[in-house]
Ligand binder design. Sequence first.
Ligand code: TNX
Length: 513
Amino acid sequence: MLVLSALCLAVSSTAAQAPRQTATHAIIPVPRSIRLTVGERFRIEPRSIVVVDGDAPAEVHRIGTELSRLLGLGARRDARRLAPGEAPPAGSIHLRLAPSAASLGAEGYELRVGAERVSISARDPAGLFYGVQTLRQLMPAAVEHAAAIGRGLWIAGATVDDVPRYEWRGMMLDVSRHFLPIEDVKRFIDYLALYKLNRLHLHLSDDQGWRLEIKSWPNLARHGGSTQVGGGAGGFYTQEEFAELVAYATERYVTIVPEFDMPGHTNAALASYPELNCDDKAPALYTGTRVGFSALCVGRDTVYRFVEDLVREVAALVPTPYFHIGGDEVERLTDEQYRRFVERVEAIVRRHGKRMIGWGEIAPASLNASTIVQHWKNDRAQLHTARGGKVILSPSSRIYLDMKYDSGTVLGLKWAGLIPLRHAYDWEPSTFRPNIGDDAILGVEGPLWSETVVRREEFEYLAFPRLLAVAELGWSTRERRRWDDFRRRLGVHGERLTAIGVNFYRSPDVDWR
Ligand code: TNX
């Protein structure tokens, strides 16, 4: 048995036959179609170079240059533009836009690795970016180490034709319960990109902390952001930092989805501004973990001025189409008060040109069909599909990344059950909920609530490897997903996750490398 890092050549023999070679790959998420061509590997050598077409947009050139850096191609670090009519030379990796490849959609790509040349083509730059991620995974994990520069790298020979199943492939980070510095959030964006996840939903406010500077309501961050669960120092992102984060995410084809939870989960805001409370008294900051006790004074005009200012500032700062209003677990309002609030806020969000998203609880309000409902528990998200609306699936019993793996897990919660790796992987979105079929499903998202996790390493421990199950649920077709095959491929990723510095849980379901 010859075991290579990115490619396994399993040599099997039976008594009657000569040894037979079956080549397997370890790509996560598994591509729509992949054929390995054993014996055709492309070696990274001093002559290797990344090339793009002469008229390629700057974005494509940037993707090429990033790849070139990853490969450690020394002086040839920038991608080279081909001269008009010049064919990609031997030893080149060619990134090419093929506008006519309509069937590849906005994110699909075709990849061909031969001994002489590599080519990736896609209709759009995002597809080239995803082709590059597949290329990374066809190389030994050593490519992820800066120290690999000068080592003999190679790419497994392959022909890949790949498109995602869903347009929404996400993760949520709760930076309210425990604050994560911007550098840590960037690390998560890097991880998402490698596994072709394209949404990072940030839960930016809750009872315990307000995490984004709002210039028209400065006390939200200054006071409301000054603590966290357990009473630590908390923190918040300035608008400059946040703009930089959005730019960082955009370069990696990750859309930031900002959430400001309301009308409940608002103690940090209520503590910062007395006028948001019906009795005009600001409560103390909160550092516990109960839910449901807070609510904005929804009958007051001031509250809608607050929402208006918030949406305006965030819409200007985050050039992505979504604004998530939370809307979960409100115990202090009547159903009628709650629904009217959601409807008024939806009008504000729409006026600012954004698509509203809310947790399942918002579905009974009379919503616009462009609004998105995020299913998480036994909610009524299906009311929204009946009006033609789209749903994101985040079932807590399957992909709440903050649930414990098993009864021995110290971090995490268990109200939605224990979620071992296989349980997170082995389910089918299109049949998961009655009346929420594939045509209504925008995609899947794994939320990571942070009541019990403080440092980046702890966030990572709960997220990995279950986030890779979410990545495959979101990208790969139902027919291509098989638990046994996933666990085998995942084992190979142990080395890669270690190389990029992820503190992952060594699930006993997997034979880790
Ligand atoms: C429920 S999920 C919540 C969060 C908690 C989480 C803990 C949702 C919309 N609300 O406020 O952090 O459970 O698992």
